[in-house]
Design a protein around this ligand. Structure first.
Ligand SMILES: Nc1ncnc2c1ncn2[C@@H]1O[C@H](COP(=O)(O)OP(=O)(O)O)[C@@H](O)[C@H]1O
Ligand SMILES: [Mg+2]
Length: 393
């Protein structure tokens, strides 16, 4: 039996197709296409199926579609056939299944209504195209890209560590020869190199960890000003050593908010350390100011880090959020700080943006609308942040 899909003798295309070809189409195409086709009646019985369908789903005559397709004894909760019977719309979706002989399969399923001239829909055609091979190729491609990214990361790590190791070796050499020669200055200089490089490697490892872990955000009711104060405390000394004044402006009375405190801390640390670098690399040697501020405007928490450092040209400004992009040379930069920052800010439902002028400085702005902040984890709700002057909302 071959269904008559309205391709009657006086149907469209009659002038172009001779009777024999039309008959061939009816007899063969329906059966030969590499797509499983079934025709479903309004009571969800399968009234016709092509060869591929029969091969894939077995005996179907007189059985319901949900039984044949899904092995169920009652109708599916969301029944695409029923929806297409109701509104006459074509539906496309992807589904997973299991081959009759085992193994996972993927299908692109389309529901097409047969619409009569009076608008009635006597049947719906379900066409399932096996896209398991396509899915497999997609998966293989993703896996290959992942491996390439892993390779790139490993190379980045190895390179970074190698540079620090060279610094450490230099420091140790200076200390050792200083001891041998009883030269205190030499020992002190060597020890300083060791210290610097230990700091460098710990920063480096932290940046990689922040980036690689994708940090599981731990959200709790927190004082938005707290990470600002903490990070400033952390950097004030380092800034001063480079002749940079670290200025802080925190608006009073900003209420607690559900934040991943550690995450915000990481973001501010990244922005401030970039700002300090930008001042250090600037042509003007001293009298730099890095200003960190927090305010709230119309329910949006705004963190800002402004510097009067080297700024960026157009080319650099296009790439700052790209993985491994750094203008600082591999012994200083990882090119992960801003990307990690962006990721954390997105986890908070916020945005990060910047303005920059070459030779003049840059301003990075984090905006966190309270309405889009993450949900509190149930057991952290009660804890709150006691340092806030506002009630916990
Ligand atoms: N405040 C800033 N001023 C000038 N350039 C900046 C600033 N912040 C970031 N950049 C540029 O963006 C690049 C990427 O920054 P980041 O992702 O933190 O990596 P890294 O600091 O390891 O280089 C930096 O190398 C620098 O070129
Ligand atoms: Mg950085």
């Amino acid at each position: 039996m071959t269904p008559d899909f309205g391709l009657t003798a006086d149907g469209p295309g009659n002038d172009m197709l001779d009777a024999a070809s039309r008959e061939w189409l009816r007899q063969h195409l329906f059966n030969e296409v590499p797509v499983a086709i079934s025709v479903i009646s309004p009571d969800f019985r399968i009234v016709e199926g092509n060869r591929r369908f029969t091969e894939e789903y077995g005996e179907w005559k007189g059985r319901e579609c949900y039984e044949v397709y899904k092995g169920r004894s009652e109708r599916c909760k969301r029944c695409a056939a029923a929806e297409t019977f109701a509104d006459g719309k074509i539906r496309t979706r992807e589904e997973e299944g299991t081959y009759r002989h085992g193994g996972k399969s993927h299908y692109l399923v389309q529901m097409l209504p047969i619409i009569q001239p009076d608008g009635k829909i006597p049947y719906v055609i379900e066409m399932s195209t096996d896209i398991t091979q396509v899915k497999k190729l997609e998966h293989e491609k993703r896996e290959a890209q992942r491996l390439a990214a892993v390779g790139e990361t490993v190379a980045g790590i190895a390179h970074g560590i190698k540079n620090v190791l060279m610094g450490l070796e230099g420091g140790l050499y200076a200390v050792n020869t200083g001891i041998e020669q009883e030269d205190d200055d030499r020992i002190a200089r060597g020890w300083m190199m060791v210290e610097e490089n230990v700091t460098r490697i710990s920063n480096f490892v932290m940046e990689f960890l922040d980036f690689a872990r994708g940090r599981e955000a731990t959200v709790s009711m927190a004082d938005p000003a707290k990470p600002v104060r903490e990070v400033v405390e952390l950097f004030v000394e380092r800034a001063a050593q480079s002749g940079i004044y670290l200025d802080v402006h925190i608006k009073e009375g900003i209420a607690s908010a559900p934040l991943d405190e550690e995450g915000i801390h990481t973001c501010l640390a990244n922005l401030i350390s970039n700002a300090i670098d930008a001042c250090t690399f600037s042509e003007r040697a001293s009298d730099h100011v890095v200003s960190v501020s927090l305010r709230e405007e119309d329910g949006v928490l705004i963190y800002e880090v402004m510097d009067d450092g080297q700024g960026m040209d157009y080319e650099v400004s296009k790439k700052v959020f790209s993985k491994f992009f750094s203008t600082k040379g591999s012994d200083h930069g990882t090119g992960l700080g801003l990307l990690t920052t962006k990721k954390i800010i997105h986890q908070h439902g916020g945005q990060i943006s910047f303005t920059s002028e070459e030779g003049k400085g840059s301003t990075f702005t984090i905006e966190l609308p309270r309405d889009d902040l993450p949900e509190l984890e149930p057991d952290t709700e009660k804890k709150g942040d006691q340092t806030s002057s506002e009630p916990i909302v």
